[in-house]
Design a protein around this ligand. Structure first.
Ligand SMILES: Nc1nc2c(ncn2[C@@H]2O[C@@H]3COP(=O)(O)O[C@H]4[C@@H](O)[C@H](n5cnc6c(=O)[nH]c(N)nc65)O[C@@H]4COP(=O)(O)O[C@H]3[C@H]2O)c(=O)[nH]1
Length: 583
């Protein structure tokens, strides 16, 4: 081969290859530096002495320290002792090959003296000989992420309005408390504001909200231990959980009596909300926890029962769950079960008491009276069980049955020839308020082909006590159906006269308590006389209830009472006896 055409020598080829390799390495290093230099996270290397040997640009922005001043420094500068220990143990675990990667959350004190939360993740690195040479990894600033997570967790466990714990946190807290062996007593206070709805109705929800915040603040003042908790259960119901109250249960009860009384008094003081001065009271139910025997749900059941008793016996008071209350609860549940059974087993029946004219000969109407044929106790009178039907909400199904059965039976009597007979049916306030009430009556009238004119509904003042306009609307609708409305127990309420002015009423029933004293009791006589005069002026029919003797009858006749009801004429009768009487 001629000299001029001779190719590069092998040493030249080697040098060219080396140069290409160097260029390639430089380009690769440059790419790595560019990449690492622009990362938002810190990329680091630590030697085995745990000193920084490499930090990228992000270090300055994240820590506030220059890279130059930090290189050669121990990693634990600006970390707490606890975090340092945690990381050192992690590094050791990497060297011991117990872990291949660690990730630790640490609080870093920046050059601006700011506390930031860093997440440090790394692995151990080896040198060319395969020996461990240090650690390489990244540091991410997770302060904002942690804050957001904390916020979400807080929102999931706290009440948005008041900031106190919510039901979920309380439940978890309580579950945890119950797993602990208990030497020191703890207690749960169930606090309910009395008549809070009226605050919302009168002053609006903004004021109601402010009041709830105020109550939360007051209750929070009673937190003494880190295991104590205030929670809002929703609406106007709060829980105060007090732990570590002491070992001696008698002393604890005594202390709790003082604490709860202080809370009750404090909550009943007027509160200034802007320019408004608002006063409200509270009812409190208290359970002292027995970790050995009470479950989570028992505690709430008992607290609820104690609160219920405190509300039911006049509100604005504290009631502890004790043995006496336990027994009364048992009786209450038994009665509730029995009453529910009574509906299923059709143990209710209707009695009928005649209302007669002045001659006492014509039965124009009859009052329908409910009875309970108790399997053990025989016939039970309504005063003994109607309040309980109301309490358990059972008056709605039972009331519907009364209406339906009255219409059915009335049709039977009409068909048997007593076509003029009317029935007067008692309706409780809750029944009247029920949204289906009018519709249900309409269905009964149609189903049993009864004219509205042959039904009278006996209502008490309690029916209209909260919402007169809605009561009037319902009464107007009933009258459009031809149904008459009687005001029962007239004279026993507080505002009978004002009721008469507003409500579309057809009949007044003079309460038997006034009839009893006639004619000798001057007060009763005056009430009856005045009622009669007024009723005549207003064109109302008057029925006297509880007429037991001829002297009472004579007095009432003189006052031109329209109808008479009482033992003088007949006791309330079951359907067979009443049928015999009228047919
Ligand atoms: N001492 C005396 N008492 C007399 C005389 N005549 C009638 N009575 C009694 O007086 C009560 C009259 O019924 P009320 O005032 O509507 O008072 C009723 C009414 O408020 C309620 N009630 C009865 N049945 C029903 C019902 O079906 N639904 C609802 N919601 N309440 C009812 O229970 C209350 C008591 O009913 P009862 O025990 O049946 O008592 C009845 C009746 O038996 C008398 O001459 N002397």
């Amino acid at each position: 081969m001629p000299d001029g055409l001779k190719g590069p020598s092998s040493s030249e080829l080697l040098s060219q290859a080396q140069n290409r390799l160097i260029e390639h390495l430089q380009a690769s290093e440059k790419r790595y530096e560019d990449l690492v230099g622009h990362l938002r996270d810190v990329v680091f290397h630590l030697d085995l002495a745990l000193k920084w040997t490499f930090l990228n640009q992000a270090w300055h922005g994240m820590s506030g320290y220059s890279i130059e001043s930090s290189l050669g420094q121990h990693f634990a500068e600006n970390l707490s002792e606890q975090d340092t220990q945690k990381c050192t143990e992690g590094f050791q675990a990497l060297l011991n090959k117990q872990l291949i990667e660690i990730s630790e959350e640490v609080t870093f004190n920046t050059a601006e003296n700011d506390k930031r939360i860093f997440e440090l993740s790394c692995r151990a690195v080896r040198d060319e000989t395969g020996q461990f040479a240090g650690f390489a990894g990244i540091i991410t600033d997770i302060t904002e992420r942690i804050a957001a997570e904390n916020k979400i967790t807080f929102m999931a466990y706290h009440d948005a309005l008041t900031g106190v714990a919510n039901r979920r946190l309380l439940m978890e807290h309580l579950a945890q408390e119950l797993t602990k062996p208990c030497r020191y007593c703890s207690a749960l206070l169930y606090i309910d504001l009395d008549n809070f709805k009226q605050v919302n109705d009168h002053y609006g929800h903004t004021v109601g909200d402010l009041l709830l915040c105020e109550v939360s603040d007051i209750l929070s003042e009673y937190i003494q231990d880190e295991e104590d908790l205030v929670a809002r259960m929703g609406g106007d119901e709060f829980i105060l959980f007090l732990s570590n109250l002491g070992e001696n249960s008698a002393l604890v009860t005594q202390e709790l009596e003082q604490i709860t009384e202080r809370i009750r008094v404090q909550l009943s003081k007027p509160v200034l909300l802007g320019k408004l001065k608002i006063q409200i009271t509270s009812s409190i139910g208290v359970v002292i926890l027995d970790h050995a025997t009470m479950s989570h749900s028992d505690i709430f059941k008992y607290a609820d029962a104690a609160l219920y008793h405190s509300k039911n016996t006049g509100k604005n008071q504290v009631r502890f769950y004790d043995e006496e209350l336990e027994q009364s609860e048992r009786r209450r549940h038994q009665l509730e079960d029995e009453l529910s059974q009574a509906i299923t087993n059709e143990e209710f029946l209707l009695y009928y008491q005649p209302q007669v004219d002045a001659e006492g000969t014509n039965i124009l109407k009859a009052e329908v009276l409910l009875r309970w044929q108790h399997p053990k106790h025989g016939i039970v009178n309504p005063d003994e069980f109607i309040p309980h039907l109301e309490e358990y909400g059972l008056i709605i199904p039972v009331g519907k049955w009364i209406l339906e059965e009255s219409c059915r039976q009335l049709k039977v009597w009409h068909n048997a020839g007593k076509s003029e007979l009317c029935l007067s049916i008692n309706v409780s306030a809750n029944q009247f308020k029920h949204p289906d009430f009018i519709e249900f009556i309409e269905i009964c009238l149609i189903k049993h082909q009864i004219n509205g004119e042959q039904i009278e509904l006996e209502l008490t003042e309690g029916v209209a006590i909260h919402d007169i306009p809605s009561t009037i609307r319902k009464m107007d609708r009933l009258q459009e159906l031809g149904i008459r409305i009687a005001l029962d127990d007239f004279g026993t309420g507080y505002s009978s006269l004002s009721y008469l002015k507003h409500l579309p009423i057809n009949t007044l029933k003079i309460d038997q308590s006034f009839v009893q004293g006639l004619p000798h009791d001057g007060y009763d006589a005056a009430i009856v006389e005045t009622t009669m005069v007024m009723a005549h002026h207003l064109g109302l029919t008057v029925v006297a209830e509880g007429v037991e003797n001829r002297v009472q009858l004579a007095f009432l006749k003189k006052q031109q009472c329209h109808l008479y009801q009482g033992f003088l004429f007949s006791q309330p009768l079951n359907v067979d006896h009443f049928s015999k009487l009228i047919l």
